[in-house]
Design a protein around this ligand. Structure first.
Ligand code: ADP
Ligand code: MG
Length: 680
């Protein structure tokens, strides 16, 4: 039974003493079940023997060779090596091990062995450094797993322990999937899959195992999302809107003409609002494409037709900016707009809550403070979530619950591939703004290293002398907010000295609101020319005069985040620039930064992000109780995803209550997850 598996501690496996147990615990592995669900990050295929003469440098290969010569040397007290020469008839090859004297007794001249390792080459011959070897073909010629490990455990040790766990506890997991689904989608049995995901018996079994596990993971995720969204569609009857004088008036007085894309999306939104079904729409548009206008028009329509509206944004800075801009834009209309955030004074807040509850306030703009229980609306007709990718599915749901079946508009600057949008926003219609306001120049992006520091400083000077403004962004250091602030402060202090002709400001998440407001206001008014900040400015902030963004340690950011950051400049007809400091040696980081330097296309970049980082982080599913994806890649596993979605939908149609015994395990799992979301 599975409960058993769960209760078998990792230290019950022979060879796992207290020290190793702690090491496993550090990787989140406490039980045998945890261990078996700790999937390899990669594999080495040792099932094919290569001829030495045909090898390629840097490949991992198996070679079968006869030992011609063994040399053992002690160079000094702590350094010795064993070097052997082998041949397979095509040519010779060398293998070297350092400080492993005990191997000498295992390597015999004129005997044949299999060797596995990474190929290198010196002037004369191919070489393996510390290859694995064996004379037992059957045990050696396998596909072997590579686990993510920590410094306390060796790869071989983890392999050995997993192998033992598989042997002792064979066939112990419950198979969650009903037989009909397994048959329809030709899925491998669960325990077979677990075995083959660790030690694939063949390449094809590996793919089958992986498919099965990916399917199950996505199937459960789909079910979970479907349950969260449950009922939404059925309840969507509502009174249609009738009037649109306000929005026509606003649009006729805009200082700019809407882009074709904006017009198209506004007409889609308007059509929804005038229908007798609640709107449920996602607007995707790259940073700077003008999504806020869509929100404003939708809100104005809502208010004119007698309903309240709520506009939720991820940061306070952004909520204030929206508040200021929208208040100004809607000056000539007789509507009351309020700003709501978490850190308001108690009496101020209770007054505001009362005004919202009594219907005096038409439009509430705020952070997630809006979804707190104490916030009650009289007749909420429309809820908007800005920068949806920063919120979880559940927060979006909570906002909708503030009204009786309100219209829902979510906006995101993260253009996600359509298949993915379908899952995460499965119940939403999608509108896309694929056009920038006219006259925008592409942002010029450069990757630089420390050696360019003086030149970049001079460039900053020039921009400011030109009357323009500059952001200097410092990365978050994940483990510690304190370090973040120390880092920002240091950069700030340096910048004050370097740019002492100008006013340099600093802003970060830990500052008091009043302080943040003051700084932002001064930056907007160009009283501050250079703003040093953490990523608090990442989303939405719109300062047209800012034309240069310098990112310190760009190597610590993901692609999508850098693209978002960069979107803070290039918001007017002035040429803008983004300078990305690469302070790391990592090839991957360099590749990420180069992607940015080469492309301004949000769609392309977000795909790259997804491929490189995997979807868990990308969607922030982790923070919202939605199970973390351990094996699937939403981007690469699109076809399995489709099947999983189809299966989930038909299961729900068939047995919504999950009362069929065959669905017992599914019900248990979902209950656990939904509970954890609700508890949050
Ligand atoms: P985002 O899509 O990133 O939320 P915003 O709505 O903040 O973009 O718009 C970016 C800037 O472009 C704002 O200053 C806005 O006033 C301006 N803008 C929006 N639509 C147009 C347009 N059609 N023509 C010119 N400027 C526009
Ligand atoms: Mg925006």
């Amino acid at each position: 039974m599975e409960s058993n598996l769960n209760s078998i501690n990792i230290n019950d496996i022979k060879g796992v003493g207290p020290a190793k147990e702690t090491a496993f615990n550090k990787m989140g592995i406490y039980t045998v079940k945890d261990l078996l669900l700790y999937y390899p990050r990669d594999y080495h295929d040792r099932t094919i023997i290569k001829k030495i003469a045909t090898l390629d440098v840097d490949d991992f290969v198996v070679v079968e060779g006869l030992i011609i010569k063994v040399t053992h040397r002690r160079i000094r007290r702590n350094l010795s090596y064993i070097k052997i020469q082998i041949t397979d008839g095509t040519t010779i090859m060398n293998c070297t091990w350092f400080n492993q004297d005990f191997l000498k007794s295992k390597l015999h001249v004129n005997k044949k062995y299999l060797f596995f390792g990474k190929v290198t080459k010196n002037k004369f011959a191919y070489e393996f450094n510390s290859p694995e070897f064996s004379s037992d073909k059957e045990s050696f010629m396998k596909i072997v797993p590579i686990y993510k490990k920590n410094s306390l455990l060796t790869q071989n040790f983890i392999r050995k322990i997993v192998n033992q766990a598989l042997l002792i506890k064979e066939n112990q997991f419950n198979d969650v999937l009903p037989i009909s689904i397994k048959e329809k989608y030709k899925l491998l049995e669960y325990n077979e899959s677990i075995k083959n995901i660790h030690y694939p018996e063949s390449t094809s079994l590996f793919f089958e195992a992986r498919k099965r596990l990916v399917f199950e993971e996505l199937f459960l995720l789909q079910l979970l999302l479907l349950f969260i969204k449950q009922g939404h569609k059925e309840k969507s009857q509502k009174l249609p809107y009738l009037k649109d004088e306000y929005s026509s008036k606003l649009l006729s007085k805009l200082p700019f003409t809407l882009t074709n894309s904006q017009q198209k999306v506004i007409s889609e939104v308007t059509k929804d609002l005038f229908s007798n079904h609640a709107m449920n729409r996602l607007v995707q548009g790259d940073v700077g494409s003008g999504k806020t206008m869509i929100a404003i028009v939708a809100m104005l329509l809502t208010i004119e037709n007698g309903y309240q509206t709520a506009f939720m944004v991820p940061t306070e800075i952004l909520s204030k900016q929206h508040y200021l801009n929208i208040t100004k834009m809607l000056e000539s209309f007789n509507i009351s707009i309020a700003l709501l955030h978490g850190k308001m004074k108690a009496n101020e807040k209770s007054e505001l809550l009362e005004a919202i509850n009594s219907g005096q306030i038409d439009m509430v703009i705020g952070t997630h403070a809006i979804i707190q229980e104490t916030v009650k609306f009289l007749n909420l007709g429309l809820v908007i979530t800005d920068e949806q990718h920063r919120f979880g599915v559940e927060q979006r749901a909570l906002l909708s619950k503030k009204g009786e079946n309100p219209n829902v508009l979510v906006m995101t600057a993260t253009p996600i591939p359509r298949t993915l949008a379908l899952i995460l926003y499965g119940d939403l219609d999608i509108s896309i703004i694929d056009e920038m306001p006219p006259g925008r120049l592409a942002i010029e992006t450069f990757m630089v290293d420390e050696s360019k520091r003086l030149r970049i400083n001079e460039f900053i000077n020039q921009r400011v002398k030109n009357g323009e403004q500059v952001f200097i962004v410092c990365p978050s250091i994940e483990e510690s907010e304190k370090l973040d602030i120390a880092n920002v402060t240091e950069v700030y202090e340096k910048s004050c000295k370097i740019f002492n002709d100008f006013v340099v400001g600093m802003i970060h998440g830990k500052m008091k609101n009043s302080e943040k407001d003051k700084i932002m206001k001064e930056f907007i008014e160009n009283k501050i020319q250079i703003l040093v900040s953490t990523t608090v400015i990442e989303v939405g902030v719109d300062i047209k005069n800012a034309t240069l963004m310098v990112v310190e340690n760009a190597d610590r950011f993901g692609i999508a985040q850098l693209h978002q950051l960069r979107g803070r400049v290039g918001r007017s007809n002035l040429q803008s620039y983004c300078v990305l400091y690469n302070q790391s040696q990592s090839k991957k980081a360099m590749k990420r930064i180069k992607e940015l330097a080469n492309s301004n296309d949000g769609f392309y970049l977000s795909e790259q992000d997804l491929i490189q980082r995997g979807p868990g982080e990308f969607f922030g599913t982790k923070q919202h109780g939605i199970p973390e994806l351990t094996i699937s890649n939403l981007y690469l596993d699109g076809h399995i995803l489709k099947q999983a979605q189809e299966a989930a939908i038909s299961l729900i149609n068939e047995d919504f209550a999950l009362s069929n015994v065959e669905h017992k395990f599914i019900k248990e799992i979902l209950n656990k997850n939904i509970e954890s979301i609700v508890l949050e």
